[in-house]
Design a protein around this ligand. Structure first.
Ligand code: PGA
Length: 258
């Protein structure tokens, strides 16, 4: 991790927690982290239904940021059931995750739609968290780098360097999400190194060095410390293991010690 890239610990709640449960989690989290939180940015990716109440209560937005989990690229219109970037901004979301593997798997998300969503989020000053990663089959066929190359090229099409630097890249091998099969350290290292190098090619070394790339996929208390030692890893994205606050706090402790 470089000094000018503030480490991130991201919690993806997926489709979990009511308003009451979310506010209790946030209150306990704020109480527990105290000053510890200043060393890192904690991003909570929460359901739309709780964004406003959480953003209102998250006292210091430089420590805890609230994020959506998906968005539509249009600003308004006849898209029943959708939420737009200006609406997310209005709720107080600072970030929005896009291209998560569950969106790609169950809701036909593509790199092209991720690109449209990212550009639209930036217009509303909501920072994108762009998820990329290969399937098990793609890895077994030796296509990981080809897939990452295409995802980066398409998802960041039309981005300026300033846009890139506002964006977080979440590398999550699709076979590692929710499976307990965390990627091996050398697999994480080579993917992150490739992503950083590709950003140098697509943008500049300055922008590549300022952009945070974090790892997700079966992150737990047991593997966080090793993952954080890997070069080019600027933090972790935690799904299942972050739903229970005491568990998530232990991962934050590991991160503080790292
Ligand atoms: P997991 O999920 O930690 O449960 O594997 C990660 C994610 O969905 O971002």
């Amino acid at each position: 991790m470089l000094a000018d890239r503030k480490p991130i610990i991201l919690s993806n709640w997926k489709m979990n927690k009511t308003v009451q449960e979310s506010l209790a989690y946030l209150a306990d989290l704020m109480r527990a982290i105290d000053n510890q939180g200043k060393q890192m940015e904690i991003i909570l990716c929460v359901p739309f239904s709780v964004i406003k109440s959480m953003a209102d209560k998250a006292k210091d937005p430089t420590v805890i940021s609230i994020s959506g989990q998906d968005v539509h690229w249009e600003e308004w219109g006849a898209y029943t059931g959708e939420i737009s970037p200006p609406m997310l901004a209005d709720l107080g979301a600072q970030y929005c995750m896009i291209g998560h593997s569950e969106r790609r798997k169950y809701f036909e998300e593509t790199d092209e739609s991720v690109n449209k969503k990212a550009l639209s989020l930036l217009k509303s000053a909501v920072r994108p968290i762009v998820c990329i990663g290969e399937t098990l089959e793609e890895r077994q066929l030796g296509l990981t780098i080809n897939i990452l190359e295409k995802q980066l090229r398409v998802c960041f099409n039309g981005f300026s360097s300033a846009d890139l630097e506002k964006t977080v890249i979440l590398y999550e091998p699709r076979w590692a999400i929710g499976t307990g099969n965390v990627a091996k350290n050398d697999q994480i290292a080579s993917a992150h190194q490739y992503i950083r190098e590709a950003l140098v090619q697509l943008f500049s070394s300055q922008s590549a060095n300022r952009t945070r790339i974090i790892y997700g996929g079966s992150v737990t208390i047991d593997n966080t410390s090793d993952i954080l030692k890997i070069k080019d890893v600027d933090g972790v994205g935690v799904g299942g293991a972050s739903l229970d606050l005491p568990n998530f706090l232990q991962i934050i402790d590991v991160m503080t010690a790292a």
